[in-house]
Every structure is written in C-alpha cells, then in structure tokens.
Design a protein around this ligand. Structure first.
Ligand code: UDP
Length: 362
C-alpha cells in the first residue's frame, strides 16, 4: 500500500509525526506499506515548520509545494494546482490528510478527482460555526472521504448524520495525544525560563491567532490590556503567532504582566504548558493537550469542535469578550480547578490503530 501523507501547517506536523512512526514500525515488521510525505508549504516560517520536523524527528518531506500565504481561495487553489501535478507524477493508493486546514481540504479534493482513496484523520468534528474556514474545510473533506478516523464517538455520530457508511468510520483516539505521550520525557524549559523567573504553577500561557480575536487591532489591544490586568501579579507568557504579530505591528503596548516571546518549538511549548498555572487560548489543539495534562484551559471562542475537552477535560469556553473572561477566570481563582478526566482512547495508540485498520482494508 502506497500512501501519500499531506501536511501543511503547524498542527498538521504534530499530527503526522506519530502516523509516520507507526508506518515505519509496520515496515520493519515486514508489512507492505510505504509513504511519501508532501509538505504543501502553507506554513513556512522556521518556527512554525522546520522546528517541528527537527524536534519531532519527522523525515524531510519528499516534496514541498511551497504555496506560502494568500487569501483563502488563492492559497487553496495554489495547493490544488501543485498537488495535482504531485499526484500525477507520483501515483499512490491512498492520500491521507489530517486536521482542518486549507491543505487538508484542497488535497482531499484533488485526490478524490483522480480516483484515489482519501483518508481523513480527525474526521467528524464540527463547531457549527460556518464563519470559520476550518469548519468549511472539515465539511468538504468529510463529504468525499473514504476512510474516517475519529477522536470521539460524537465525531463519528456527526459523520453518520451526514450520511457516512458506518463501516468506514473508525473511532481510534487522538494522534495529537500520541505525539504528546511520545515526547513527554523530552520536553524542556525554554531559554527564558530563568530570565523571566518562571516557576512551576506561577505563570499563565496565552495564545491567540483566530481571526475573530486578532484581526481587529483595537479589540485585540483591548483584550490584551484586559488579560494583563486580570491576573494579579502572575506573569503571562505570550508566544505570538505571526498573524497576531502582523496585526499589532509596531504598536506600543504598556503591559505589566504579558511577556511576548516567539512561537515556541514543540518541546519548549509543552514544557511551558505542563508547568503552567492555567492557559488562555483560542487554539483547538491546545485544549486537547491541556486536557491530557490536567491544566485548566480557558478558550476564547463561542464554540468548540472538541466538546469532550469541556465535558470531560479541563477546557472552559469563555466567548470572545474580556468581560466574560474576567468573570469566569475570577470564579476559577476563587474556586480552583474543577475535576476533569481524559477522553476515551486518548492513550497514545491512535496512530497504530489507524495503520492497522488501513492495512486491513487492502
Ligand atoms: N504550539 C507550539 N508552540 C506554540 C504554540 C502552539 O508548539 O508556540 C502547538 C500546540 O501545542 C498545539 C499546536 O501547536 O499542538 C496547535 O497549533 P495551533 O494553535 O496553530 O492550531 P489549532 O489547534 O488552533 O488548529
């Protein structure tokens, strides 16, 4: 079985790493399986891309389509044009896409139109929010996927509602959590740990990159100033995403607690999360990682495609207004963290299950 694996953006790299390891393990055991890794170039900053390949020991991609930035449609179209050539020159039995970025959808569509089977890892999750490009990517990808791999039974139910054939839907767990477990003994403090006098449990991690939170400069500044005031004397480490940085530009902010740092590599970032007091974020992936690490997470969104992080895990949806965050965070400061658990099958073995199932399909 020849699989073409697609990855385009930071969260994709974290998700494909354990899948590649699982394939290589099977190859060693003599299974007839090979892969070709295609990087679409959607994320190309060193600290959003190369660092993850190095730290997670992901093999150098066989091809890099180098599409870089663009509007939603320009980027999607560029990926489709380049990926069609890639597949015509390098035929395969199956294209495997992960997550919900433009590369996920664009490559799924190209593969399907070339009559190649499509596998979607992290299928079936839905926020119900059609203003998010990711939601459109999820729906389109899942509408043409042949083999679905899900992180929850809820995601599977969504797929069945949309008409997926039950025998094609497989609840396997969470590949992002595979990566977390595979690397927990390698995480390391970043170089600024001592400089900022960070101690376990005495600082907060902040990440913001969703358009709804960062694309309006005035409301972003209002949000940052509010968060800065809300946390007493706790330091806030803010690895600033290039999108957010571009909006803030040269703005001079007078912030007492928030410390801006570059986007962190995986091993430093996981160390920071694991040892933090709490996390404030608009990322979906981080709400999964904080759930497994038992760290309180406050998600600055009105909806989530990962409800199990809320019903089972440590995640609380706080909406996008600073007033709501202040209220909910204030309650947390008084009452402490609530009891939480880890969702079913988030055990570090999802990738192995995926490869076993794919091999059984042939
Ligand atoms: N991440 C990282 N360094 C950072 C910020 C995030 O390694 O400075 C990791 C994070 O742990 C998670 C992934 O990147 O695994 C999430 O990426 P992002 O927030 O871009 O995507 P989303 O989850 O929102 O799709």
């Amino acid at each position: 079985m020849k699989i073409t694996i697609v990855a385009g953006a930071r969260p994709n790299f974290i998700k494909i790493a354990p899948i590649i390891k699982a394939i290589e393990k099977k190859q060693k055991d003599g299974a007839n399986i090979s892969y070709r890794l295609v990087h679409t170039g959607q994320h190309y900053d060193k600290n959003l891309s190369d660092t993850f390949f190095e730290e997670l020991n992901i093999p150098h991609p066989n091809a890099n389509l180098e599409v870089k930035s663009g509007s939603q449609s320009v980027q999607t179209a560029a990926i489709m044009i380049a990926f069609e050539q890639e597949l015509l020159q390098n035929p395969c039995d199956l294209v495997l896409v992960v997550g919900d970025v433009n590369s996920t959808m664009a490559c799924a569509v190209v593969a399907k139109k070339l009559n190649i089977k499509v596998t979607h890892v992290e299928a079936g999750i839905r926020s119900g929010d059609m203003t998010m490009p990711e939601e459109i990517n999820r729906i389109v990808t899942d509408s043409i996927t042949d083999y679905f791999f899900t992180t929850s039974t809820w995601a599977g139910e969504n797929l069945l509602k949309y008409g997926a054939e039950p025998s094609t839907v497989h609840f396997v767990g969470n590949v992002m959590i595979d990566t977390l477990y595979q690397n927990l003994n390698r995480i390391a403090a970043p170089s600024f740990w001592n400089e900022f006098k960070l101690e376990t449990g005495n600082y907060i991690i902040l990440t913001l990159h969703r358009p709804a939170n960062v694309d309006e400069e005035k409301s972003l500044i209002n949000l940052l100033e509010g968060i800065d005031k809300m946390v007493g004397d706790k330091k806030i480490i803010f690895p600033i995403h290039p999108r957010t940085k571009a909006i803030l530009g040269e703005t001079n902010l007078e912030l007492k607690n928030i410390l801006f740092v570059e986007p962190q590599g995986y091993l430093n970032f996981m160390y920071l999360i694991k040892n933090s007091f709490a996390v404030i974020t608009d990322s979906g992936g981080i709400s999964e990682e904080t759930t497994v690490l038992g760290i309180p997470c406050f998600t600055m969104r009105n909806n989530t495609e990962r409800p199990e992080t809320q019903t089972i895990g440590t995640n609380t949806l706080v909406g996008t207004s600073i007033e709501n965050l202040e209220k909910i965070f204030g309650e947390f400061l008084v009452n402490g963290p609530r009891k939480a658990g880890i969702p079913e099958l988030w055990d570090g073995k999802a990738s192995e299950r995926i490869i076993d199932i794919l091999l059984s399909k042939k």
